[in-house]
Ligand binder design. Sequence first.
Ligand code: HEM
Length: 414
Amino acid sequence: MSEIDLPPEAIADPRTFTDPAKLNGLLARLRKDDPMPYVEAQGYAPFWLVTRHADLMAIERDAKQFINEPRQAMLPLAYEAKAREAAGGQDTKDFMRNLILMDGDEHLAYREITQSYFTPKGLEAILGDVERLAGEFIGRMAEKNGSCDFAEIAMPFPLRVIMSMIGVPPEDEPMMMRLTQQTLSSQDPEFGAAEGGARNAMLEMYQYFQAIISDRRANPTDDLSSTVVNAKVNGEYISERDVFGYFNIIATAGHDTTSYSLTGGLLALLQNPQEMARLRADPALMPLAVEEILRWTNPVKHFVRTAVTDCEVAGKQVKAGDYLMMSYPSASFDEAVFGDPFKFRIDRKPNRHLAFGTGPHVCLGQYLARFELTAFFRELLERVEHIELDGEPRFVEGSFVGGVKYLPVRYRMR
Ligand code: HEM
């Protein structure tokens, strides 16, 4: 079946995301002919698929009418049933709730707890570390004899950055990587999480973080973890469940998203050598190139909102309780906003991509991610004289978080 024939239900199929041409073809057709279809995919709760930039912005910015509770992603119902069974009938939110699933004043109060760490000013304190780590990880390419799977360089770098912010030692990082992949990319067979796997990964992470939580409670410092552990909302310490929720979201949202923009960004530069050459010739273009890489890669494929009352969106009658899937890859390629959206242009300006979402839930880590991308690509272009593809890249099978997971390259260092 060609991408032209793919039905809207294909958006729920993890395999659609292994082929960007297929995905982009489906979404482009929908934006043109049927921009907000009601999708009834077998094994999933039904949902409205929001494909246009303007509709997605309007929904995310109207956070009173379109709330985040109770669902963050459209994953198979069987996963949810298995997860509930494994938890003796408990709902996930009974033991873990995070920013993504909060709304209104509560969400603002919880976001406020760590906000100052993630502003450009707050991040100045770790910029030197980010640059040093970028140098260290690109340096690993030199040890690999001129060829490697670039994912082995790009995946662990953002992991090290965020884990050092939380206080997880390097030796525990492989475990954190596995737990994150099982949580966010649980549909990919290679990441090994069977049904209910995301839930089990969360339980394992919960146990792991207990040690850090107890330590920061006994010996508080001014680091990010101490701030979360000892945070108060409305004069009360936040609950154990919500402390864990915070650790969980920062530990999982904070790295493989960024890694997929590194692998996907390099792939885009390799497939568009004239853009790579322009960037080498004029490094001042880096901030614009980073935005284009984010637009191009969209590592978060969707989040969900739930309608509070009956309403009309994009000419469709949405009922109270209906789910709406925010398709960030679709909005970031919307022809109504981006000229020539399927051209990778490192100097695209303006570039109002929605890779980080918008409204009150806009990505907390967006400036950190930008710092990481900038430091990494700067270092790459400085140290690697020539680089080319050395085989077929492979993409994550998954409709939630993903991107290029295997990127064979051949190169010459300076
Ligand atoms: C390229 C990398 C990244 C991408 C593409 C990305 C994307 C997103 C998106 C689409 C959202 C939801 C926005 C919405 O609902 O409108 C989000 C939320 C979030 N992201 Fe990121 N993210 C990235 C990196 C990071 C990093 C490095 C952190 C580190 C802390 C992070 C932490 C979070 C958190 C905590 C939220 C929830 C915010 C809330 O609900 O208030 N993300 N991200």
